[in-house]
Design a protein around this ligand. Sequence first.
Ligand SMILES: [Zn+2]
Length: 275
Amino acid sequence: MNSTRNRCWAAGVSPCSGPITEEHYASYGLFQEATVRIETGPLAKNGPIELPIKRLVTNCLCEGHNGVLSELDQAGIDFQNALRRAWELHNVRSPLAGHRKWKPVRLTVDGPRLERWLLKFAFSAAPVFRQQLNDWKPPAESAALALGTRAFGEGLGLYAAGQPGDELTNEEQISFTYGTRLGSDHPVAFTVALRGGYRLIATWNLLQHPEDSLVFGTGAARPLSTLIRHPNRFEFKAGSRDLGLSVDFDWSGKWSAAMYPQVAALRARYPAPPR
Ligand SMILES: [Zn+2]
């Protein structure tokens, strides 16, 4: 077996091509600054550190598979941008809540690509978490979900952990961690939280029973029944007051920039730092 096959996590799905390439597991465009402060995890073993974003890479995909998967980054970045914009508008609208009727702003993101992006993120970051994950690599049938050659069946894919609550912050903040099924140490899920809230969870392994629970790090077990699969809307409210403001998910598989120009326009509003 050659080394490309050993090192590319998509090798079991389709033939590799080209050399192993650097993959930004946390998509470059998620960030607004060229440097990031890392608080916890394997890169911050000796305390918080600052690192250039361009160092957040692993050598985990061949050139061919990296190319095929690169379109997913935009879905993650669009979601991040939609949250940024919704949060800005929330800060404008919430002090005036109840005094005005707002024109609804619905920022719609690409559900199926976002779902695959979370898996790509999880699988590409795995070498960094090698110790914690006991050298785990995604099995071919899980890698196929990220590549889009296998459909997410019942129970698999993206969930939202409740509605965004009071824990939101103005800070650009990203946290992510792996999840296991309660009572096992085998990773079956990944969660990403942006701005302290908006927690997305993706699972690539079927949880058979609604009473099955996912455990993330040292957090409490989350029964599957408390999560919402394929959410339609994250609403931004002022307390209980409607601000006509939400990030919506299009699950049709037909999302396009032409269909949702409001979201596509945010790409220029929040450019990634220069490389
Ligand atoms: Zn490959």
